[in-house]
Design a protein around this ligand. Structure first.
Ligand SMILES: [Zn+2]
Length: 55
């Protein structure tokens, strides 16, 4: 198992276990916002395999 010190992917500071994998709740929120923005930026709706083509 890797024992290297992991860093916050947002600001590169050493992460805090309480907020892993981030260093703080603030960075965690920032990552979440980026993730949501990426979702809104999708070019189109994903295909829905459960949709009935005859509906
Ligand atoms: Zn951070």
């Amino acid at each position: 198992m890797m024992t290297a010190l992991k860093k916050c992917p947002i600001c590169r500071k050493p992460r805090v276990e309480e907020h892993a994998p981030f260093c703080s709740a603030r960075c965690r929120d920032r990552d979440l916002l980026q993730w949501l923005e990426d979702g809104y930026a999708l070019p189109g709706p994903p295909a829905d395999p459960d949709r009935d083509p005859e509906a």
